[in-house]
Design a binder for this molecule. Sequence first.
Ligand code: NAD
Ligand code: 2YG
Ligand code: MG
Length: 259
Amino acid sequence: MALLTPNDLININKQLQEADSVVKRVTGLDIKGVCQSLYGTSPSSKKVGIVPVTSGNGIIGNFSASLHVITQYFGFDGFVTDMPDVSGYYEAVQNGAEIILMADDHTFLAHNIKNGKMANNQPCTGIIYAEIASRYLKADSKDVLVMGLGKVGFPGAAQLVQKGFRVYGYDPDARLLKRAVSNLGIIPFDPANPKKFSIIFEATPCANTIPEAVLSENCVLSTPGIPCAISEELKNKYDVQLVAEPLGIGTVSMLYSVL
Ligand code: NAD
Ligand code: 2YG
Ligand code: MG
């Protein structure tokens, strides 16, 4: 799995503000509004304990501090524990945390220890980026292109199918494409025979995954994928509405899902 770097998280507050303004322009709602509508919950300043984790590749500079900024930005009462790992977990609970946020190299979880609900970052990220894409106010049809059908893309595709969209999907991994076709009923997208879309959801760890032939003027590209799926040049050429942010949108989706 591709891990975040401190570089991705530079100036997270500004990245969140910029993402929020694109989401507002695209959907008419801010990110909180999308979460409220998606999960039917609202935060009322819940206490969130953020526990740094040293296992595997270890602590990512800025990761816990960025989660702190994100929790505050969305109206939660976040704090980072002084200690990492088990001692940090103990410290978080002792200090009144109602929700625990922590991540190792494989799993980033939110656990509401009051009601027992738990969330995983990958499906929560896919679901909210797909939901944002699905709410595009100027969409010209119910057709959506999903690029990447892995741990983030598959649950996003499922969300779009559930909302009644006609979902075209592509993944170079033939087993994953087959799984999405048979389990979700999506239409396999053939890159050799492209068509234009006004809504695109992308979840891959690769750059330049969106071919020019699928872009329509002013289309929405909602993508948690790092690095970005589209070049600056193509973005400008088609005036693409780009929703892309490295950590906050997925995290707030996790938090709302466990309220
Ligand atoms: P994954 O490995 O489970 O899935 C990625 C899929 O993309 C794979 O199935 C792969 O075959 C496919 N793929 C590769 N090249 C492609 C191409 N050219 N066209 C279409 N599909 C292609 O990874 P994941 O866990 O689903 O994560 C996807 C990306 O999202 C990663 O970059 C990850 O770091 C990022 N991510 C971001 C956030 C966030 O908050 N922004 C949160 C979670 C994950
Ligand atoms: O506590 C720490 O600082 C580290 N143990 C955090 C490790 C997080 C690793 N996960 C990732 O980098 C991401 N792929 C998942 C985070 C979602 C946002 N992209
Ligand atoms: Mg995000």
